[in-house]
Design a protein around this ligand. Structure first.
Ligand code: ITT
Length: 212
């Protein structure tokens, strides 16, 4: 079951999206605007900092990013920590998804390393995986007001397919569609992704509605 908690709070007029990842921003903005939630990026925002991801879980890192950035920019901040968990790799790369291939990691190198690691293990272990996303909204004083998470199951392809999305998307097959997120484009991801699911829960909690 996806984790969530939150007390009834007033929806802030504007949320700052506390991420430096352009792929995340491209997905979050169109999910929030139809809900009447204004949002802005960290670009050009006075005081914005680089938050160090020192937590050992997605939830800890999401809270760190939201809380520290909110204090730094004196606004409400929505941040998230997300990643890919591969069953046969015992949940790796997990919280290290962005940094999987070491210093100077890029999506390209991370995908190469993932293919390499999977090629080296017993195929009987399969290629099942999940994306996970944990979100947190912090008030300008740093207090975490609400958290929510979402998951999306998939299978890791044996080679890249498609150029859409970001990160591991060219390798992440969505079984229901027999296609990778790289092939499927933003409209499917906006409905079934870990990020979309986490955000829907978060907004429902913020609005005081029931969480499905
Ligand atoms: P911020 O901390 O600034 O938000 P980041 O890229 O460092 O950006 P994370 O630490 O949460 O963010 O790492 C997320 C990584 O997990 C991301 O770089 C991808 O490698 C992977 N990932 C997460 N969601 C993904 C998605 O929807 N599609 C593809 N890869 C994803």
């Amino acid at each position: 079951m996806p984790a969530y908690h939150g007390r009834m709070i007033e929806l802030p007029g504007e949320l700052v999206l506390g991420t430096r990842n352009a792929g995340k921003l491209r997905e979050l903005e169109p999910l929030l605007s139809p809900l009447g939630i204004r949002c802005r990026s960290l670009d050009g925002l006075a005081g914005a900092v680089e938050v160090e991801e020192t937590g050992s879980t997605f939830a800890e890192n999401a809270a760190l990013k939201a809380s520290q950035q909110a204090v730094a920019v004196s606004r409400h901040v929505l941040a998230e920590d997300s990643g890919l968990l591969v069953d046969a790799l015992d949940g790796a790369p997990g919280v290290y998804s962005a940094r999987y291939s070491g210093p100077g990691a890029t999506d390209e190198r991370n995908n190469d390393l993932l293919l390499e690691r999977l090629a080296a293990i017993d195929p009987a272990r399969g290629r099942g995986a999940a994306y996970e996303c944990h979100m947190a909204v912090a008030a300008p004083d740093g207090e975490i007001l609400v958290t929510a998470s979402g998951r999306c199951r998939g299978v890791i392809a044996t080679s890249r397919r498609g150029t859409g999305g970001f990160g591991y998307d060219p390798l992440f097959i969505v079984p229901e569609y027999h296609a990778t997120f790289g092939e499927l484009g933003p409209s499917v991801k906006a409905v079934i992704s870990h990020r979309a699911r986490a955000l829907r829960r978060l907004v429902e909690i913020l609005r005081g509605g029931r969480v499905r």
